[in-house]
Design a protein around this ligand. Structure first.
Ligand SMILES: [Ca+2]
Ligand SMILES: [Ca+2]
Ligand SMILES: [Ca+2]
Length: 260
């Protein structure tokens, strides 16, 4: 479409230029010839005709430039936020591998643009990097207004108290519902208000004793605007270097994809 409009504009530019050049030649001829032949070249009708033709071309030219410069306006943007991999520099557990997992909460301010997810634990040790399984990657996939945004909150854990992961689906569903309801009730697109609605989701998880007993490795808040590159690969680093019993270091890579 854009290419086609560009070609048409170029054609009009060439035609307009040729027309203009011809007119300039005519007008020069008029000024040179005026002293000797006042008629017909200085006849007002002829000059008005030239002016009208030039204005006509200019009008079309301007319209075509406007069309070419205006992108096809998408009022909605589809955003996909996915986990890619986790890299471990240093585990939290003092001996052996950690069981690394992430819970997430996202909202675009409506029920339809709210979601929560949890990944099944990945056994990972010092110096290793592991891909999140495809079935656990998607944190949010939503359509939001082109002027909108998503806010998200991520929390990473090392599992120390085994859970029945099959029953976690029910919990994830409850968390998603809680975020959806809070987002609809808040009815706000302020960053802080949107982030607050995510708390409703975390409260559901925090109510589980087994999850509450696991070690929290890091937390991250995200604001993802609808406008932006079609693909971004970002990292979230969490480090504990303190004087406590344990130290750890993790880097999580995630991807944002936008399409019109
Ligand atoms: Ca631990
Ligand atoms: Ca552990
Ligand atoms: Ca350690």
């Amino acid at each position: 479409m854009f290419l086609r409009v560009s070609v048409i504009v170029t054609e009009i530019m060439v035609a307009g230029k040729a027309f203009e050049t011809a007119n300039v030649a005519n007008l020069e001829a008029v000024s040179v010839m005026t002293p000797r032949w006042e008629f017909p070249l200085t006849e007002p009708k002829h000059q008005r005709g030239s002016f009208m033709s030039t204005a006509y071309f200019l009008g079309i030219f301007t319209a075509m430039i406007f069309l070419a410069a205006s992108p096809v306006a998408a009022d909605q943007v589809e955003i996909l936020v996915e986990l890619v991999e986790v890299k471990c520099g240093n585990t939290e557990d003092v001996t052996g591998a950690d069981e690394f997992y992430i819970i997430s909460a996202f909202t675009g301010g409506t029920s339809a643009s709210s979601n929560s997810s949890i990944t099944r634990p990945i056994s990972i040790n010092d110096g290793e990097r592991k891909l999140f399984p495809e079935s656990d990657c998607v944190m949010i996939h939503a359509r939001i207004p082109a002027s909108g945004k998503l806010v998200g909150a991520l929390r990473a854990y090392d599992e120390d108290y085994a859970k029945t992961w099959e029953t976690m689906r029910t919990t994830v569903g409850k968390a998603t519902k809680a975020i959806s309801a809070a987002a609809e009730a808040a009815g706000s697109d302020e960053d802080v208000k949107m982030a607050e609605t995510l708390e409703a989701g975390f409260e559901v998880y925090d109510g589980m004793a087994s999850l509450d007993s696991d070690d929290v490795l890091g937390e991250e808040t995200l604001i993802i605007r609808a406008g932006g590159p079609s693909e971004e690969i970002l990292t979230w680093k969490m480090v504990e270097e303190g004087l406590g019993f344990s130290t750890w270091e993790y880097t999580v890579t995630y991807r944002i994809t936008r399409s019109g």
